[in-house]
Each structure stands twice: as structure tokens, then as C-alpha cells.
Design a protein around this ligand. Structure first.
Ligand code: PEP
Ligand code: MG
Length: 313
């Protein structure tokens, strides 16, 4: 391990043989954005817009939203930023979007589902995002959270394009969307895998319950198999497949995800240097071999051990 830790990150995400994997920051505030730039992020792969709303008792109007988003986008002028539309509900309650009385909020009307009943809310947010993009010069794409079907992805893409968004994607956070990766990719320009939610829905284990942490471990082979299918669909369609969940911040897992065909990794700024250095330690073929071992392991601990063993660790 001592010898391998010599690899350093030069600010460009790539395997030892030069296979590019964009390393991006997860952001929710101007301070996060600044931290991402300082840590060397090439862009932002997840801007969680609900952090601009957490204290709002009523929906901010388009101008107020525009200003909030612009403050976060500004440090990324000239760089790509993926803005996620509101992901209210379950672990991210927002006062003015209350959906009360659901017995299982994580399985309820959350994320994009709120927009099916209230599309004008989404349209106002999209208008504010497009305006903030032009205010700041950030290269903005937009994606929706909690998508379950290709039809939902197409519905979102149509609305986003009508609002003037040029590059539209969706998050893959449900097993349904992962299993229909080819159809979902056909409806959009890119996908980004939210491994936090995808893990909880794959193993039916609430991500908020610490006692279920092993089931929510992103090394779970079932989760990795869904990622492998998404990587394959990405290669076949020629469209990007990113990861923006916590999995991307694990230096060993980040390389394994690249080996499964993931094209970008978005994470908390603090993880960028270690992930960049780890990715650069091995060529893509070795990461692919490590990924194959992880896929066939019986559980998350063994998946990690087997991947590390392939890489000589
Ligand atoms: C995820 O679910 O992996 C994700 C990135 O979104 P959030 O953590 O905001 O639900
Ligand atoms: Mg999520």
C-alpha cells in the first residue's frame, strides 16, 4: 500500500493508462462550490437545489430562486454543473412542499413525483435555473431525482427542453430505472446514479436507519450489478453514466465504478484528492478485473476484499 500511495492527483481524473473519468463536486451552497473549485473539481456533478429552500416557508419566486442558484453556480463559470431539480420528501422535507401523512415517505410522493401534480412548480424552477446559468456562464445541465420509468424521464426531458435546457438527464435511484437503463437513456442525454437511494431501494433498507448500514453499503453486489448494467447501457448508447452518491467518495470503489463503465464521479470536495490519486494508481483493465471480482462476491465486505486483492492490496 505504501508504494501505491505514491500516485498523486494532478487535477485531471484518469486511470493510470489515461482513461478519462471526470471528477466532480457535489454542492448545495456557495461555500460548497468554492470548496469544490479549491479542491480541483472539473465541474459539479450534483447541485442539490433543495438546500436553497430548506428554510423557506413559502416557494421563493423565480427571481429569488435565480439569485440563490446564481450564487452557487458563479464559482463554476465556464465549467459544467449538473443542477438537480427539487428532491423534496423523505429524508429532505421542505416546509412548503409538505406531503404529510404518508406511511412510507421514502416510497411516497417525493422528488420528481411532486412535479406530476404541480408541474408549474417545476417550470418555475427550470426558468430560474436557465436564467441563473446565463447570469453566471456556468455550463448547466439539469437532472431530475427519483425517476422510476422511461416515460417519467421523457416527460421531464420535454419540459426541461421547452424551458431552454440544452442537456437533460435523470438520476437513476430506483431499481426500476436501472433495469430499464436502455430505455431511460434513450429519453435523455445522460444519467447519474444516486447510489444512496439506489442502495436503499435495492435492498429495501431505509438509508436513515443506522442498524441497516450493511444493507446500504454501496459494495453490495446487487447494487454493483445494477451499476454494471447501467455502464453497459451507457457504452451501447454512447451516453454518459455518472455516479453522484457517496459511493463515488470511496477511493477503491471509485475505481471499481470506473471499471463498470461509469464515466464521471461526483463527490464531496474533501474526497476529490484521494479519489483522484487512487484512480491514477491502476490502468482501466485492472479496475475492470477488480470490478468483476466484486460482482461475484457474496457480500459487501468480500466484494471490497476481492477487489483489493486483484489490485495487489
Ligand atoms: C443519492 O441518492 O445517491 C443522491 C446522490 O441523492 P441524495 O443523497 O441527495 O438523495
Ligand atoms: Mg437521492
Amino acid at each position: 500500500a505504501a508504494a501505491r500511495s505514491r500516485a498523486r492527483w494532478d487535477g485531471t481524473g484518469a486511470t493510470a493508462d489515461g482513461h478519462r473519468v471526470r471528477l466532480l463536486a457535489n454542492i448545495g451552497s456557495a461555500a460548497d462550490a468554492q470548496a469544490g473549485i479549491e479542491a480541483g473539481a472539473e465541474g459539479a456533478g450534483l447541485f442539490r437545489t433543495e438546500f436553497c429552500f430548506l428554510d423557506a416557508a413559502t416557494e421563493p419566486d423565480v427571481e429569488a430562486q435565480r439569485e440563490s442558484y446564481a450564487a452557487v453556480l458563479r464559482p463554476f463559470a465556464g465549467r459544467p454543473v449538473v443542477v438537480r431539480t427539487l428532491d423534496a420528501g423523505a429524508d429532505k422535507p421542505i416546509p412548503f412542499l409538505g406531503v404529510d401523512g404518508e406511511p412510507n415517505p421514502a416510497l411516497g410522493v417525493r422528488g420528481l413525483r411532486i412535479a406530476f401534480d404541480r408541474p408549474e412548480l417545476l417550470d418555475r424552477q427550470l426558468a430560474a435555473i436557465v436564467a441563473a446559468a446565463s447570469d453566471t456562464g456556468a455550463q448547466v445541465s439539469v437532472m431530475a431525482p427519483m425517476v422510476a420509468t422511461a416515460g417519467e424521464a421523457a416527460w421531464f426531458a420535454e419540459r426541461a427542453r421547452a424551458a431552454g435546457v440544452e442537456r437533460v438527464g435523470v438520476m437513476v435511484e430506483t431499481p426500476a430505472a436501472a433495469l430499464c437503463a436502455d430505455q431511460v437513456l434513450a429519453a435523455v442525454d445522460f444519467v447519474s446514479i444516486g447510489t444512496n437511494d439506489l442502495a436503499q431501494y435495492t435492498t429495501a433498507a431505509d438509508r436513515m436507519i443506522g442498524a441497516l448500514a450493511t444493507l446500504n453499503d454501496p459494495w453490495q453486489p446487487a447494487l454493483l450489478r445494477l451499476v454494471a448494467g447501467l455502464g453497459r447501457a451507457g457504452r451501447e448508447s454512447g451516453k454518459p453514466v455518472g455516479v453522484c452518491g457517496e459511493a463515488a467518495a470511496d477511493p477503491l470503489l471509485a475505481g471499481v465504478l470506473a471499471g463498470l463503465g461509469v464515466t464521471s464521479l461526483s463527490m464531496t470536495a474533501a474526497a476529490l484528492a484521494a479519489v483522484g490519486a487512487s484512480l491514477a494508481e491502476h490502468p482501466l483493465a485492472d479496475w475492470q478485473a477488480a470490478a468483476q471480482q466484486a460482482l461475484s462476491a457474496p457480500g459487501p465486505a468480500q466484494a471490497r476484499q476481492r477487489a483489493a486483492a486483484v489490485l495487489g492490496g
